[in-house]
Ligand binder design. Sequence first.
Ligand code: FMN
Length: 225
Amino acid sequence: MKLTIFNGSPKLQRGNTDVMLEHFTAGFHRESGNEFQIFKLNQFASPAEAVRRFEEAELVLLAFPLYTYAMPGGVKSFIETLQPLCGKCSDKKLAFLVQYGFREAIHARPLEKYLVTVSRILGCEYLGTIIKGGCDGLAAGRGNGNKGTLKGIYNIGVSFGKTGLLNPDELAAYSAPEFEKQHSRFIMNIILKLINRFYWGAALKKNGVTIAESYAKPYEDERRG
Ligand SMILES: Cc1cc2nc3c(=O)[nH]c(=O)nc-3n(C[C@H](O)[C@H](O)[C@H](O)COP(=O)(O)O)c2cc1C
């Protein structure tokens, strides 16, 4: 199996996407005969070169960090540069890896839908999206869950190396938790209130805003009429 990987992190130094890919490919490579090559999107000489590499590939993994519930500009630009290939990629299979700071999988679910749509518009077979939060400290070696995160992505690499597929059950177990726990939501609510009162309080006061007004939800109020 020959896998072409695009890493869309804009970082020049070794980042968290690199660390995830190192472990994924170690698992993928365990199957003899499997080959892979990794391209960093920010190191292509031109967008045309990135498109050419994509055109040559049959099995593709696009890996990147979540940026503001979406993706780095370079990833968006890469996807848009593929526009001339829309509907012409029936020879290709496309998988994604999205890693990020917040722990819960829910943060990447809207983006996942977009990636399904991108695959459909290109005409590729969509293999799935590996979603993993809590990855902020991977490259720096910080964080409690790193061992589990890296072992998990290695195991997904092993399965993928054997089957060429991403197993939805394995992905769901790896992405957990889906939502923030009730008690951490409760604690965050208290922390946010304290931050608003003592940290932002001065700025609110200066701008003539009361603490109560800082919780206003004008769009929600408008929707309710
Ligand atoms: C501009 C920017 C936006 C980000 N947006 C989010 C976000 O919406 N949610 C989140 O959980 N993490 C967010 N992060 C954190 C990154 O997803 C996280 O640090 C990731 O592991 C970085 O991967 P990299 O080292 O491969 O670039 C953001 C980071 C940056 C710099």
